[in-house]
Design a binder for this molecule. Structure first.
Ligand code: ITT
Length: 195
């Protein structure tokens, strides 16, 4: 069975490949003729994941797995949330630096945050999309640490004190929001793809 990873984020793509393993043959957007990016104007991760999976499954004719994810910071009332990719102009570093400066005066005990990931699988012509959500709880540090992962990983601290960017990809997969969502999705994915 072939599965389209419906994301243009290289970090997500790498992690999804690691999670899926070689159980299914994976196609990425780079392997296909250009597909216009769907508008991500949903209010929730689930809504946006569904919009992406539907649009890419329809355009490609392939089963599509989309990931909508982000960082919800309690001291910012859940921001940047669904807007995590667009929180600041520029690269990942510009975004986590903005977060650190917004939180500059927030004390340790109030720096709690969670990563959330909604995965959505849509088969072409199928009216029953499958959605699973995973979370990863932590807090925002004061300085970036570590070189692995992507996005906000260098400033996201786990309860034991390491940042997500200090973990290997296997370690991150075992505790991350994306890993958690995928573990729930895995059995359904395999049965729907018939593999
Ligand atoms: P696609 O829509 O093409 O999948 P995107 O990057 O625009 O790519 P999102 O709208 O879901 O995707 O934005 C998610 C953002 O949240 C992402 O760009 C990161 O900044 C952040 N993020 C999500 N998962 C993360 C993780 O595991 N580690 C660090 N940051 C993460």
């Amino acid at each position: 069975p072939r599965l389209l990873f419906a994301t243009s984020n290289a970090g997500k793509l790498r992690e999804l490949r690691g999670l899926v393993g070689d159980a299914v043959e994976v196609v990425s957007l780079r392997d296909l003729p250009p597909i216009p990016e769907p508008v991500e104007d949903g209010a929730t991760f689930e809504e946006n994941a569904l919009k992406k999976a539907r649009a890419y499954a329809e355009a490609s004719g392939l089963p599509a797995l989309a990931d909508d994810s982000g960082l919800c910071v309690d001291a910012l009332d859940g921001r940047p949330g669904v807007l995590s990719a667009r929180y600041a102009e520029g690269d990942d570093r510009a975004r986590y630096e903005k977060l650190l400066s917004e939180l500059a005066s927030v004390p340790d005990e109030a720096r709690t945050a969670a990563f959330v990931c909604a995965l959505c699988l849509v088969l072409p012509g199928d009216t029953a999309p499958l959605i699973e959500v995973g979370r990863c709880e932590g807090r925002i540090g004061h300085t970036p640490r570590g070189t692995h992962g992507f996005g906000y990983d260098p400033v996201f601290l786990l309860p034991e004190g390491k940042s997500l960017a200090e973990l290997t990809s296997e370690q991150k997969a075992s505790i991350s929001h994306r890993g958690a969502a995928f573990q729930k999705m895995r059995p359904h994915l395999l049965s729907r793809l018939g593999g």
